[in-house]
Design a protein around this ligand. Structure first.
Ligand code: NAP
Length: 276
């Protein structure tokens, strides 16, 4: 049997050049003096299964999965965690020693850990949580909010049937608000979360009415390019506690790194600096 000296991990997507994950994992490997490497891989849908099945034989202990493969990879995995099943997508694969491929989704974990770190004392049950957007990221956000005790989630999305689909799946704690009424849902929010891609570099700006933002409420944006989005700037000026989306990206990587390389890394100022 081949003995691999350095464990390998990586990220599979298409395209992949933009990914910040290699820099992050390489930083932690170096910081902890661990042998290992983390490699970005641009893989097309048609080649996905063959590549994934080959990687363990080449010394890989696991990979991250990103757009557009997060859903289709569930079909390839032998085991899927409950949270990945609930979200309907995986962002992390672990190649087990028994040959089985284990799929997990750590996006919800990363989202909650980031909020707790960025807004100490934050709780999901202190008032309505308003979620803008009903795409893939919203699924992870909503399922994790329910897990940590959110009682009322006001969900608003440009394409209303997608929000209704999530309501049907996640139940009565989710209430759908029409996109044109987003301003009302924002006025009521103790926590406001942007899960749309609006405000991201190259995308249109998020143009929902923000004048109803409550001082002291917690506002977070999943968009992290730019780090300080228009939403976060406006919320800061309104006296809200703001948490940027970069932290979610960093925190979602923690459980994967621990599983692959055996040490639980910490997300700190140095970690952020390493990938900026
Ligand atoms: P997605 O599945 O494509 O969903 C996109 C969402 O944005 C949908 O709700 C969509 O509404 C909405 N949207 C797009 N263009 C719009 C427009 N012009 N007007 C109104 N709504 C619009 O994408 P995703 O995977 O959920 O990702 C969403 C964002 O989160 C991306 O910017 C991504 O980079 C970010 N993200 C960040 C992290 C992190 O770690 N910080 C993790 C995951 C995702 P419709 O349903 O009407 O199309």
């Amino acid at each position: 049997m081949t003995q691999h000296i350095i464990p390998l991990a990586g990220v599979i997507g298409h395209p992949i050049a933009h990914s910040k994950s290699p820099r992050l994992h390489k930083h932690w490997l170096k910081k902890h003096g661990l042998p290992g490497d983390y490699i970005p891989m641009d893989v097309k849908e048609a080649d996905l299964e063959q590549v994934i099945r080959t990687l363990p034989k080449a010394g890989f202990v696991g990979v991250n999965i990103t757009i557009p493969h997060k859903v289709s990879v569930l079909q390839i995995a032998d085991l899927v965690t409950d949270r990945a099943t609930l979200i309907g997508a995986a962002n992390t694969l672990i190649f087990r020693k028994d040959g089985k491929i284990h799929a997990d989704n750590t996006d919800g974990y990363g989202f909650i850990s980031n909020l707790k770190q960025g807004a100490p004392g934050w709780r999901a049950d202190t008032g309505p949580v308003t979620v803008l957007g009903a795409g893939g990221a919203a699924r992870a956000v909503i399922s994790s909010l329910i897990e940590v005790g959110a009682k009322e989630i006001l969900l608003t999305n440009r394409t209303r049937p997608k929000a209704e689909g999530l309501q049907a799946e996640f139940g009565s704690k989710v209430r759908v608000i029409d996109w044109v009424q987003a301003g009302n849902a924002i006025e009521d929010a103790a926590t406001l979360i942007n899960t749309t891609s609006l405000g991201m570099e190259g995308q249109p700006e998020l143009r929902v009415p923000l004048d109803g933002l409550q001082r002291g409420s917690v506002v977070t944006d999943l968009v992290y390019t730019p780090i300080q989005t228009h939403l976060l700037k406006t919320a800061e000026q309104a006296g809200c506690v703001t948490v940027d989306g970069l932290g979610m990206l960093l925190h979602q990587a923690v459980p994967a790194f621990e599983r692959w390389f055996g040490i639980r890394p910490v997300v700190d100022v140095e970690t952020r600096a390493a990938i900026l």
